[in-house]
Design a protein around this ligand. Structure first.
Ligand code: FAD
Length: 291
């Protein structure tokens, strides 16, 4: 296991924003995750486990501890007729391809989410009427003391963009390491058709040509954030290179050299305007990490 110093966090967030991590590592197996956490503890460092960085905005000053990226914790295997065991660093798209190749349905809508399985479980990701909770059966969690526990999905309190792991509960000081996902037999052509339909919908509606972290705000009960922002005339509103997408008002995009400070200022402007004009409180979906 290699520990790197002063790694640019721009490379590890789909926003392409952020300062440097004092220490940085990419463990490839559970033993190396344990070693990484021990390194942090022994050196009195804060640490953070991340996946594909598609829901994280790193601050411009960076992170003063150890960033542990799990995208090299790989592996997908069939452990039952329709059940996959997937290691946390696998991308949703890879699980989608594996499912397609094995004639298994259930991942079609989730496969377009640009995150890892671990990150997806952490926030119960979802798209086009599906959520990861629909296919999830078990999750193995590694605590920082090296112990593991296998949770049944019913214990995870999965709801809209929420799980027990996203509660900031100090007992969850480790990592989701693998999950069992149950799919169902489906005709391969029908799977491919659905996946293509969702891919096309994303391409036509989302500003995928710019770095971003996807939807900036959670869906407020009874409303759509993008519609409220659009109705407030905020499409195209910019602070430096941080901009409310013209294509999808729910996305803040990085038009080039946006900083975290600019994104946060823009988020505040959007929140204040929507509250003033629509009386709706928007809650940020993206996690801000760093000094
Ligand atoms: C263009 C675009 C489109 C998107 N569309 C969608 C969408 O349709 N639906 C949707 O729900 N989201 C969407 N997102 C947001 C994002 O892809 C999801 O939130 C995804 O689940 C994040 O996964 P990640 O691996 O990137 O997590 P990260 O961003 O790396 O981490 C997010 C959080 O999860 C925690 N975490 C990650 N892995 C682990 C682990 N193994 N163990 C413990 N904690 C972990 C991190 O500590 C962090 O708090 C989109 C993002 C982009 C850029």
């Amino acid at each position: 296991m290699k520990i790197f110093e002063n790694e640019s966090l721009k490379l590890h967030s789909t926003f392409r924003i952020g300062g440097k991590a004092k220490y940085f590592t990419m463990p490839e197996n559970i033993e190396e995750i344990k070693e990484s956490i021990s390194f942090a503890k022994e050196n009195g460092l804060e640490y953070m486990i991340i996946g594909n960085g598609s829901n994280i905005l790193f601050t411009d000053k960076g992170y003063d501890g150890l960033i542990i990226v799990l995208t090299k914790l790989k592996g997908i295997e069939l452990i039952g007729e329709n059940t996959l065991r997937v290691y946390a660093g696998e991308l949703m798209s890879s699980v989608g391809s594996f499912a397609y190749n094995n004639g298994l349905g259930g991942m079609e809508a989730l496969a377009g989410i640009p995150g890892s399985i671990g990150g997806g479980i952490y926030m119960n990701c979802g798209a086009y009427g599906s959520e990861i909770k629909d296919v999830l059966r078990k999750v193995c969690y590694l605590y920082s003391n090296g112990e593991t526990k296998v949770f049944d999905v019913s214990e995870l309190d999965l709801s809209y963009r929420h799980s027990i792991f996203s509660n900031d509960d100090p007992q969850f000081d480790g990592a989701i390491v693998y999950a069992d996902i149950e799919l169902f037999e489906k005709d391969k052509n029908a799977i491919a058709e659905k996946m293509a339909e969702h891919r096309e919908a994303r391409k036509s509606k989302q500003p995928l040509e710019y770095p971003s972290c996807g939807s900036t705000f959670k869906r407020p009960v009874g409303y759509f954030a993008a519609q409220l922002i659009d109705e407030c005339g905020l499409k195209g509103k910019a602070v430096g290179d941080a901009c409310v997408s013209e294509k999808h008002a729910g996305f803040v995009i990085n038009k080039g050299e946006a900083t975290c400070a600019q994104v946060l200022e823009l988020i505040e402007i959007v929140k204040e305007t929507v509250l003033r004009e629509k009386g709706v409180v928007l809650e940020c979906e993206i996690k801000v990490v760093g000094k």
